[in-house]
Ligand binder design. Sequence first.
Ligand SMILES: CC(C)=CCNc1ncnc2c1ncn2[C@@H]1O[C@H](COP(=O)(O)O)[C@@H](O)[C@H]1O
Ligand SMILES: [Zn+2]
Length: 348
Amino acid sequence: METEADAFYRELPKVELHAHLNGSISFATIEKLIARKPHLNIGHSMTAIQSGQRRTLEECFQVFKVIHQLVDSEEDILMVAKDVIKEFADDGVKYLELRSTPREEKNTGLTKKNYVETIIEAIHQCKKEGVDTEVRFLVAVDRRNGTEVAMETVKLAEEFMLSTSGLVVGLDLSGDPTVGHGKDLLPALEKAKHSGLKLALHMSEVPSQMEESDLLLNIPPHRIGHGTFLHPEMGGSQSLVDKVQKNNIPLELCLTSNVKGQTVPSYSQHHFPYWYQSGHPCVICTDDKGVFCTNLSLEYQRAASTFGLSHEAMWKLSQQAIDCSFAPDALKDQLKQRWTKLRPAVLR
Ligand SMILES: CC(C)=CCNc1ncnc2c1ncn2[C@@H]1O[C@H](COP(=O)(O)O)[C@@H](O)[C@H]1O
Ligand SMILES: [Zn+2]
């Protein structure tokens, strides 16, 4: 990270709902990983996109391949997950939904089940160590892997939802949006929803996905990631917008990710105001804080400065994010009480 957010945004209690584990690894943790695996010859410029830099979507997805080489054992995953959770907590995140794609690695013997277990263990250890944030987990489906893998992943997520007494709360659909088609994943997504998993689906992250977005919106999901090209001014359609609004599906919006990944030409042209101004639930998120060299405080500050929003408005935005989370009602109530308690000190 090159800059630090102002005190107000750091102190603002925040909710992070869209964070991919392996995209969220900080510079400091990447250094530790590189030291563990010097033979890979990976330099830091290969794992992050600095300020002012832009990459094509394809180049961004290459970055994840490099990071995955660095994170391939239980030991790595435990360290990465604990570091990421602590960093979000240090940034004022009081409730965090992490997501990650279970991976199997032949050379270290890592299985998909171990992968998820290790993240759950990291969440437990952070809790025991008194890290001040509530963490929940979404199991991610990589769209490139097709029908069968998606179905296996859903089964794994269902098992963990039951065995972790509520730490696994949902399913994410992500991966390179230019690869694969949502229609092949529909049965798996519907099964997941039916069994009680909440669905957070990346949708219309690139243009020309109207047909896919329409199919996915018919499920309908509980939250939408990005939704950049849903509305008519971006080549989407009013009927897609109507479906999102009618079902009141919150949008997870990641400004820096979209600008650095070049799906949005500049911050001021981001679709945040299109939805925000109509009162639709919008949640500011980081996506990949490590890869895009950002944090949630900076994203809030960037949204406020770009669209001229007051501290009061940003407070409301962070508070409303609680209701968009997949936390159970009792936890939502606790979080709301915390916001109320913190308000006088933060909104001075
Ligand atoms: C390239 C770009 C602009 C990234 C931001 N937009 C994204 N869109 C779709 N999937 C993503 C994005 N960022 C991260 N992911 C998913 O998260 C994975 C990395 O985290 P993890 O290994 O699941 O723990 C990636 O391999 C990819 O499947
Ligand atoms: Zn994402």
